[in-house]
Design a protein around this ligand. Structure first.
Ligand code: NAP
Length: 275
């Protein structure tokens, strides 16, 4: 039997790069897609890793990369939509271009790659699609209105799609990780504001201070732990749709269950000093 194949987006760093390594170690063929393939090297592992240029905001590059991966490996068993970045800051200071770029990447990008892979999976009556959203796609934190909106969109899309694709033997899953120790809060965090944020300066200071304090105390998951969780979800053979990953994310969801939605929202405002 030929090895299974996974296609992953956003493989240059962080969760994507760790997931390439995890699947390769398990003997999978990996179509590792990235915007700049020449800038990243992967070990081959037990499986075959091939790089393909793919910018999720460029439909032509999506179609070309999926086509070339299919030519190379003959099949795509698992798609992991991982590429994305954060937009942090007051909604009021975000330009329409910044808003559009966030949605073109985090939301339209997921649509584009899924659309390109779906006909193939449907014809084979088999496949797993995993979309990497965020805990912020289930519980929105302050000053992340646009990132949260994009990840809520990914969660809603994934859950609805899971219903319509079950009939074709395709399982759709969505990941909601809490904090993951990658360079996400550095290289992948675009700010909506300049300077101190003007009328929002006090709120920005409080929110950034709370996140910084949490980062030093909270045990973020590692990219390798996320990669393992993605591998497990891809191969667990279950119809589970939502995967909340990381002790911090599980704790927030547990608190919501215990105290209810409104009390959680009030608690978040208090915690960040915004009540
Ligand atoms: N780290 C966290 O705390 C955390 C928590 C929850 C969810 N997530 C989600 O996890 C995913 C991966 O993030 P990460 O933590 O691994 O951060 P990361 O190391 O910064 O990785 C982000 C990846 O997305 C790629 N990317 C950005 N725009 C792209 C585009 N237009 N086309 C193709 N690739 C693009 C980046 O590629 P380039 O090198 O080309 O920029 C990079 O490979 C994201 O969707 C993020 O929202 C992260």
């Amino acid at each position: 039997m030929s090895a299974s194949t996974v296609l992953i987006t956003g493989c240059s760093t962080g969760i994507g790069a760790a997931t390439v390594r995890r699947f390769a170690e398990q003997g999978w063929n990996v179509a590792a897609t990235l915007r700049k393939p020449e800038a990243t090297q992967f070990e081959q592992g037990a499986g075959r890793v091939e790089k393909f240029a793919l910018d999720v905001t460029e439909p032509r590059s999506v179609d070309e990369a999926v086509g070339r991966a299919l030519e190379r490996f003959g099949q795509i068993d698992v798609l992991i939509n991982n590429a994305g970045y954060g937009l942090f800051g007051p909604f009021e200071s975000a330009t329409l271009e910044a808003i559009s770029r966030e949605f073109r990447t985090n939301v339209d990008g997921v649509f584009a790659v899924t659309r390109a892979v779906l006909p193939h999976m449907r014809q084979r009556a088999s496949g797993v699609i995993i979309n990497v959203a965020s805990l912020t796609g289930l519980v929105a934190m302050p000053l992340y209105s646009l990132y949260a909106a994009s990840k809520y969109a990914v969660v809603g899309f994934s859950e609805s799609l899971s219903h319509e694709l079950a009939q074709f033997g395709i399982r759709v899953k969505v990941f909601a990780p809490g904090a993951v120790a990658t360079d996400f809060s550095g290289r992948s965090m675009v700010r909506t504001f300049e300077g101190d944020g003007g009328p929002y300066a006090d709120a920005i200071r409080k929110v950034m201070g709370t996140f910084a304090a949490n980062r030093s105390t909270a045990a973020a998951s590692t990219a390798e732990q996320l990669a393992q969780a993605l591998y497990d979800a891809a191969t667990d053979g279950t119809g589970q749709v939502r995967y909340v990953v990381g002790g911090d994310a599980l704790a927030v969801m547990q608190t919501r269950k215990e105290i209810g939605e409104e009390a959680l929202l009030g608690g978040i405002r208090q915690r960040f000093g915004l009540a």
